[in-house]
Ligand binder design. Structure first.
Ligand code: AMP
Length: 558
């Protein structure tokens, strides 16, 4: 663990990409297979590979409690340190530099030893689990020196902050074991387990990585466009028309089926099969063995109903009466594996043609798709999609291959409120009047490299029930209590709508939002996926072109 921490420290201190790769590559080369697998996972800032469905589920309060206890420092020391660094890992470093409790038998922390503790923590459930996790943290921090603790905390909280993207790690693996980086990336894309990929790379077995049923992988995503014309930019004359699909406002879902087992996974690769029993029959009938991609939407009488209602279903393992009060339909728009053969590398046109031949029903339907050769057709399709209660359009190149985890121009999305931003809440404060008792006013930020840049505050848009639930969450996850204002763990992602972006000194991003309102809580997105300051600047510059507003410019004459 010591060497991993030192390598991460060194990586954070250089801005040279080549140097980072060199540092990582020589470190990786020196590890045993077992260590390599674990180290690579930790280098992505996660305790377990994505897609394994395991999580530590420890709150900041348990980490802080363990640190304070071992260091013998008062809570104010933690507050001051947090104010200085804004990072719990650095707080751990500060606090443990004063460690008072050491064990007679401290052993050097090896990666397999850390892994064993993480496994125990993730398996703990039920009433005694907080205590068990607290003990596990104490034992880790007892054996850790300050720099190890700094990175342990960052891995536990999944926030590494060293400027190390997974793409860079893939390059380092390629360099360490002298393999083409494209092969490493491809293997990682297919099995979503960078540690296993590194071991395969060392032994020359990258070609063996293939899609595996019941091992979910990342979804292909769409870039935002602001006008129908943009969908056709960079499109050669004579290129085939674009595929146009409704943008459903629901839960993105990847379904795996092998004739016996059926599993539904979300964008965060969590399994949600038990929440949607009314889909099982149709999903089983679709084909004997497949992986498909689509969206589960709350749907009644041929129209979408509100996403807030659908959210109630996500929070329940057993939907009970909600099956009737919030009916759902799954719209399938992609085919990724059929009868053991992966389809990712075939053009979308072929994937859709094959998809169309599967057996659909009422609960599972083929996503609606047409084509468009000119922007005016998109403008018409946009209005049709809106009439069905959908959010807008996703426009896809028929030749596009399915690239897991990729957000690019192969697929683009055109939404109603073209400018919405996904942001993370960094502070919450008491409201006024009837909201004085709840934490209804939130301050939120976008990502700017490793830091979070505050961009605005919002007071409206959530239901009373959502505000109550969030208040409870904020109270349990307050990092710093400044009286009215609680600084909270940056975990809750919101989608906010607004009328314009303005320049402003009020927030440290240098920008502010005019009339921000919360559209919804984005449980399906992680803080890593929120919009960036770059996106904000892009919207700011674009709105100038459209006379200061960001309302849709839906083609000529509309
Ligand atoms: P956003 O949530 O705004 O980042 O938009 C991307 C999301 O649109 C995806 O994660 C999907 O959940 C959703 N989506 C809705 N309809 C489609 C579609 N036809 N194709 C691809 N993604 C879609």
């Amino acid at each position: 663990m010591r060497r991993l921490a030192e390598v991460l420290e060194a990586v954070s201190q250089t801005s040279s990409k080549l140097q980072k790769i060199d540092l990582l590559a020589s470190y990786l080369r020196s590890l045993s297979d077992e260590e390599l697998r674990i180290a690579c996972t930790y280098l992505t800032g996660a305790p377990f590979p994505a897609g394994e469905g395991r999580a530590l589920n420890v709150g900041w309060s348990a980490i802080v409690e363990a640190l304070l206890d071992l260091s013998g420092r008062p809570p104010e020391a933690m507050d001051q340190s947090y104010l200085r660094h804004g990072d719990l890992g650095s707080v751990a470093y500060d606090l443990l530099a004063h460690k008072t409790k050491t064990s007679l038998f401290t052993a050097p922390l090896t990666l397999p030893a850390v892994h064993a503790v993480f496994e125990r923590m993730s398996a703990a459930t039920g009433s005694g689990s907080r205590q068990m996790k607290l003990e596990a943290l104490r034992s880790l921090f007892t054996d850790a020196d300050p720099i190890e603790a700094k990175y342990l905390v960052r891995i536990i909280t999944s926030d590494l902050r060293v400027g190390l993207k997974e793409g860079l790690l893939e390059e380092a693996i390629a360099k360490a074991f002298d393999r083409p980086v494209a092969e490493v990336r491809r293997a990682n894309m297919l099995i979503s387990d960078i540690g296993a990929v590194a071991v395969m790379a060392r032994h020359g077995r990258l070609a063996e990585a293939t899609l595996q049923l019941f091992r979910p992988f990342r979804f292909m995503l769409a870039d935002t466009i602001f006008t129908p014309e943009e969908a056709f930019e960079d499109r050669a004359d004579g290129a085939p028309p674009l595929l146009v699909e409704d943008k459903y406002d629901g839960i993105r879902a990847q379904v795996h089926h092998d004739g016996r087992r059926l599993a539904i996974f979300t964008r965060t690769l969590d399994e949600i099969t038990s929440s949607f029993p009314e889909l099982y029959q149709d999903l089983r009938a679709l084909a004997p063995s497949y992986i498909i991609d689509g969206e589960i939407v709350a749907w009644r009488d041929g129209r979408a109903i509100s996403f807030t209602q659908l959210q109630q279903r996500l929070r329940r393992k057993d939907p009970g009466a909600l099956v009737d009060s919030v009916p759902v339909v799954m719209f399938v728009f992609d085919l990724l594996l059929l009868d053991s053969a992966p389809w990712l590398d075939r053009p979308l046109r072929e994937r859709r043609d094959t998809l169309a031949r599967l057996t659909f029903g009422r609960a599972v339907q083929e996503g609606y798709a047409t084509s468009a050769a000119v922007p005016e057709e998109l403008a018409v399709r946009f209005r049709d999609a809106r009439d069905r209660g959908n959010e807008g359009l996703v426009i896809k190149r028929p030749e596009s291959l399915y690239q897991p985890g990729k957000r690019g121009r192969q697929w683009v999305k055109l939404k109603e409120e073209l400018a919405t931003l996904d942001v993370v809440v960094v502070a919450a404060e008491h409201g006024h009047g009837k909201r004085a008792a709840v934490l209804s006013d939130v301050t939120f930020a976008v990502r700017d490299g490793e830091r979070l840049a505050v961009i605005g505050k919002a007071y409206s848009g959530l239901t009373d029930a959502e505000i109550l639930a969030l208040t409870e969450w904020f109270r349990a996850h307050t990092i710093q209590d400044r009286g009215r204002v609680k600084v909270v763990e940056p975990k809750i992602v919101l989608e906010v709508a607004f009328d314009a972006v303005t320049r402003s000194d009020r927030h440290d991003s240098g920008y502010a939002l005019r009339f921000p309102r919360i559209k919804r809580i984005r449980d399906d997105k992680t803080p890593e996926e929120i919009n960036t300051l770059e996106d904000v600047v892009r919207i700011y510059e674009r709105q100038g072109e459209s006379r200061g507003g960001v309302s849709p410019r839906m083609g000529r004459g509309s």
